[in-house]
Ligand binder design. Structure first.
Ligand code: NDP
Length: 310
């Protein structure tokens, strides 16, 4: 069985940054990229808020560069998905793609999260050309235009407010007659002059043409079907962290995010660290994920050193 000093799961900004730091600290990192090489960021086009790129940077280029930088320092980047783990033994045991068995002294989990979508074929068709699950990534493209945000939670309110600062008009499509969001966020949304809440509405179809999204067909609870004209359709109906595999071993919050200790990447199992969106329900930015990947590698370095000296 292959024995790995530092195993990193996940090929997004958190995983690659952890790999860069771990490689430079001689921790011989092996990184498995998982189901979505490059991570969630690759579902967007241009990243304009990652520091260091005044003109913006293509999301895939940014991730290719992070991967190349990790390789440059000696990280071993591989394709594969962790399908089983045993964190109750030392070294930890990890199975990749149901067949490859590995042992690891330290484990960094950077498996990310997935934005939830409604599951409509028309939504899938316009992903990347008007359908987005990240207002901070893509909102800028909708300056002075009309957009819709689906959802009634804190994220939806936050995204609607952000978009309202750029767009001409923002519709919020809320499936009940109440928000789920905190009172303060509700008040902010309701007092924004260019946000209109469409209560009791579900989306039947995202409408569009060869250029992208042009509207949405909504069904109100009273049975009325109507169309709204929009240029962008933003989903904010929650995220699902990719943490199910670790549930028997780690402490997760009620939404499945891995809990870390204080201002560190440490989980409740010594030697297991979590970084990026799998442990972050709040910020979910490439730059914050990258920063937490750095933290995880530094914490792993300290842990491995203590093991040697113990
Ligand atoms: P939430 O689960 O809180 O809200 C999801 C929203 O999407 C709800 O309004 C829900 O409706 C709606 N929804 C879910 N599925 C569908 C669907 N299929 N069709 C239409 N609408 C749907 O997720 P959030 O991402 O908003 O928040 C996650 C957590 O993060 C929360 O605890 C939140 O408080 C926190 N957060 C905190 C922030 C802050 O403090 N600044 C910022 C952002 C998030 P319904 O209510 O009917 O279920």
């Amino acid at each position: 069985m292959e024995k790995i000093k530092t195993l990193i799961l996940g090929g997004g900004p958190a995983g690659f940054t952890a790999a860069i730091y771990a490689a430079r600290a001689n921790l011989s990192p092996v990184l498995y990229e998982g189901l979505q090489p490059g991570g969630q960021l690759t579902t967007t086009t241009v990243v304009e808020n990652f520091p260091g790129f005044p003109e913006g940077v293509d999301a895939n280029t940014l991730m290719d560069n992070m991967r190349a930088q990790a390789r440059h320092f000696g990280a071993d980047i591989r394709q594969g998905v962790a399908t089983a783990v045993d964190l109750g033994v030392r070294p930890f045991r990890i199975t990749i793609d149901n067949e490859t068995q590995l042992e690891a002294d330290a484990l960094i989990i950077a498996t990310g999260a997935q934005a939830r979508y409604l599951g409509l074929p028309s939504e899938e068709k316009f992903k990347g050309s008007g359908v987005s699950a990240c207002a901070t990534c893509d909102g800028f493209f909708y300056r002075k235009r009309t957009v819709a945000v689906v959802g009634g939670g804190d994220t939806a309110c936050e995204e609607a407010l952000y978009l309202a600062s750029l767009a001409k008009k923002v519709y919020m499509i809320v499936r009940r007659d109440v928000f789920r969001a905190s009172r303060i966020m509700q008040e902010k949304v309701l007092s924004a002059p260019n946000i209109e809440v469409l209560w009791n509405c579900n989306t039947q179809e995202v409408l569009g043409d060869a250029m992208g999204v042009t509207g949405a067909r909504l069904l109100r609870k009273d049975g009325t079907v109507f169309d709204i004209a929009i240029d962008g359709f933003f989903l904010a109906i929650g995220h699902t962290p990719s943490s199910a595999l670790f549930k028997p071993w780690l402490k997760l919050d009620e939404n499945g995010y891995i809990l870390t200790e204080g201002k560190s990447a440490e989980t409740c199992v010594p030697g297991v660290f979590a970084a990026g969106d799998v442990q972050d329900p709040r910020y979910r930015q490439a730059v914050t994920a990258a920063a937490s990947g750095c933290m995880a590698a530094r914490d792993a370095e300290k842990y491995l050193l203590e093991q040697v000296n113990a």
